[in-house]
Design a protein around this ligand. Structure first.
Ligand SMILES: [Zn+2]
Length: 716
């Protein structure tokens, strides 16, 4: 069917159904003051007689009721309608009803949208406005749907699952509404999304806000003399007080919270993860086209420089210089390039030490020759095509960025206008020095960093890591152009501005952005997708699980990588210490399977393990498109499927963390893994397999602490 025919049909449907598809409708009944929205099997009822009250949300197919209590607004009353509800057809397709009301000092606009062609989906959006003449504190504003809890055993046993962090480090965090009731009043659970499951019925509740950091919130509220109710959907501040821009409103000012997206589906928490991922793909938080990042070798693990400077006086320029001259020379880098080449890596990544001083970002020609010559050397002598560079931003103490190369205007000022300093107590007491702490948003810092990064790209850098990205703290310097004091939001947007400009001028560059609020750590604060695809993209940091990856795997901590892949297609970057691996290349394969941009480093002293890594890398490079571009499915935490639909083929990684051998037998539906059910398949690497139509049973033998790579191909 040609494109214009499809367009005509679409136009026809739009005309017939006024922006909706069959099974979707919005009905407003003025005499009763009731609006009923139907999106496939999801039905929402809003009563307006006593004020705006979205009091019923249910699945008409199964009868499961999600909301059955009065909508929870601050103050326990409803916003009083001040105009007739408006129903409008949206330019992007779909229809919305907009309810405008007044609640105490605030104007409230609540919009419910039925997106065209998405049966089972309803969107909620809330705007608050200060119509008064004085500043309003809105930091405690929170609202949402209500589900009465106490008399419904089934609802009490329903399950909430965090998206994406079902496991945060090793902890599995599923919980029930019954688990929430004993929590102290005011306890709020926040997550990018929730899978709320009751048997095989799941409501996916996703918060989406790419302008301000915001999460989907849950709370159990216990109004006086009333039974406990679960609050969900709606909006509110959470975490460190984000979205910050909603915390107060000047006269006339408005704030629109991010949408809450409700989607009903048949399936469990994992199906909700996949639905969340599909939605995020649709918002542009998807894999870049033809994504093929070079495999990195990181010089860090075998080079003594970093360990010397972090053990000694990291911040003393004289010590840094001396240590660089001793441990970070062209010959040292050539030795690392030789290992990278022997293993088959495609990019040499230089961690701290390549520049003229701590986070100077100026290539140290005196030690390493010019950057262009260095890349030429990598290509000609070692067959390594690319150079990657560690770029730490402002840091906060005890992380260190040398303030000396910048003007004094980079310093943070306190409320009294004094420069904030930190006393660096390294080296002998006479070397201790109080130095200014940098404001990340100061133009004197920001502009220099951008110019330096552009120069690094101009001279051929393929990859930049944005480390040291944490919020640098409140700053009261009005000449910096930020709010007084600097907000987290401005800090994040400032760094994103540098990233976006580098990507605009050098679109082939790959940038990994550490959490822009917390910086280098195993924690994640900022929503995974935040600022991604606006329009520049970036890679995610693999939660610092690089130093001791075997321990991270055995403890369950690095399952965070698995759950991130279930929820997002945004690539993760990580460079792991291979010296922590075993002769089965367990750590290598775990990270190859979960980090679409793979980095390694550290030659294992045992030649058998090194050989295992060389063999594993050959297999990895042969199958690389499956790992970098394949659709990721998790049969469980230890069985990962990477499918290339256009090839109708997949790679399956299986892991055994136990010390004893394991015979793993598992079944899956081919069609659920993106494979055609009509083909006959062979599985290389399995001890046996049996196909019965769409169903495949696989048996694989694994040694203790072992990884297997299975190749699924359709036969001729
Ligand atoms: Zn500042």
């Amino acid at each position: 069917m040609s494109k214009w025919v499809l367009q005509l049909i679409t136009i026809g449907l739009t005309m017939v159904f006024c922006g909706l598809t069959p099974g979707q409708s919005i009905q407003w009944d003025e005499p009763t003051g009731q609006a009923v929205l139907v999106s496939g099997r999801l039905e929402l009822v809003v009563q307006t007689k006593d004020g705006i009250n979205a009091h019923r949300l249910r699945d008409t197919q199964t009868g499961r009721v999600y909301a059955d209590g009065d909508y929870l607004w601050p103050g326990g009353t409803f916003p009083q309608l001040w105009s007739k509800p408006v129903i409008k057809t949206l330019p992007e397709g779909g229809k919305a009803i907009i309810l405008n009301g007044k609640l105490a000092d605030l104007l409230i606009s609540q919009q419910f949208t039925i997106p065209q062609g998405k049966p089972g989906v309803i969107l909620e959006k809330i705007t608050i406005t200060n119509p008064g003449t004085s500043l309003l504190d809105t930091s405690r504003f929170a609202c949402g749907f209500a589900r009465r809890l106490t008399d419904d055993a089934e609802a009490l046993r329903s399950q909430f699952c965090y998206i994406p962090f079902r496991r945060y480090h090793s902890l599995v965090r599923d919980f029930t509404p019954a688990d929430m009731i004993p929590a102290a009043a005011g306890t709020v659970w926040g997550s990018e999304g929730w899978a709320w499951s009751q048997g095989q019925n799941t409501l996916l509740i996703t918060k989406y806000n790419n302008d301000d950091m915001e999460w989907s919130l849950l709370e159990v509220v216990k109004p006086e003399n009333e039974k406990a109710a679960l609050r969900f959907g709606g909006c509110g501040l959470w975490g460190r007080g984000d979205p910050e821009r909603a915390a107060s409103l000047k006269p006339g000012q408005a704030f629109t919270f991010g949408i809450t997206r409700f989607e009903v589906l048949d399936g469990d928490w994992k199906d909700a993860f996949y639905a969340h991922r599909a939605f995020m793909d649709g918002q542009g938080h998807a894999l870049p086209n033809d994504y093929n990042p070079p495999v990195h070798w990181n010089e860090l693990y075998d080079n003594e420089y970093y360990f010397k400077v972090t053990a000694g006086a990291f911040q003393q320029p004289s010590f840094v210089k001396e240590t660089q001259k001793k441990y970070y020379t062209l010959d040292h880098m050539k030795a690392e390039a030789a290992k990278a080449s022997e293993l088959g890596c495609e990019c040499l990544y230089l961690d701290p030490g390549w520049d003229t001083g701590p986070s100077h970002f100026v290539w140290d020609e005196a030690r390493l020759g010019t950057q262009r010559d260095f890349i030429k050397m990598l290509r000609q002598e070692y067959g390594i095509q690319h150079l990657g560079l560690w770029c730490a931003l402002a840091h906060t103490p005890p992380g260190y960025t040398d303030p000396k190369p910048y003007s004094v205007d980079v310093a943070r000022l306190d409320e009294n206008g004094n420069v904030i300093t930190f006393l660096w107590q390294a080296g002998s007491p006479d070397q201790h020095e109080a130095q200014p702490v940098i404001c990340s948003y100061s133009p004197a810092f920001h502009d220099v960093k951008l110019k330096q990064m552009l120069k690094l790209c101009e001279d051929g850098a393929k990859f930049l890591m944005f480390d040291g990205s944490q919020y640098t703290g409140p700053c009261y310097d009005s000449s910096h152009g930020h709010s007084i004091p600097l907000t987290r939001h401005e800090h994040v947007m400032g760094y994103y501005g540098i990233l976006a400009e580098v990507m605009r001028q050098y679109p082939e560059t790959l940038i990994e952005l550490h959490d822009p609020v917390l910086g280098p750590s195993s924690e994640r604060y900022t929503p995974i997708y935040f600022c991604h695809a606006r329009p520049a993209t970036f890679e995610l940091w693999g939660y610092e699980y690089m130093w001791g990856p075997m321990g991270n795997l055995l403890s369950g901590d690095s399952t965070m990588l698995y759950y991130t892949n279930l929820a997002y297609n945004i690539p993760i970057y990580l460079h792991i210490n291979l010296k922590d691996d075993n002769a089965n290349a367990l750590v290598f394969w775990w990270n190859a399977s979960l980090c679409r941009h793979l980095g390694v480093g550290g030659k294992h002293p045992d030649e058998n393990v090194w050989q295992a890594h060389k063999d594993a890398m050959q297999t990895y490079l042969r199958l690389k498109p499956f790992f970098t571009q394949g659709e990721f499915y998790g049969l469980d935490e230890m069985i990962h499927v990477h499918t290339l639909k256009e090839k109708n083929a997949a790679v399956i990684n299986c892991f055994n963390l136990a010390e004893t051998p394991e015979t793993k037998t598992f079944t899956f539906n081919l069609s659920q893994m993106g494979l055609s059910a009509n083909a006959k398949y062979e599985i290389k690497g399995a001890s046996s397999f049996k196909q019965d139509g769409d169903q495949m049973e696989v048996k694989v033998e694994l040694a203790g602490r072992d990884a297997a790579v299975l190749e699924v191909k359709s036969g001729k």
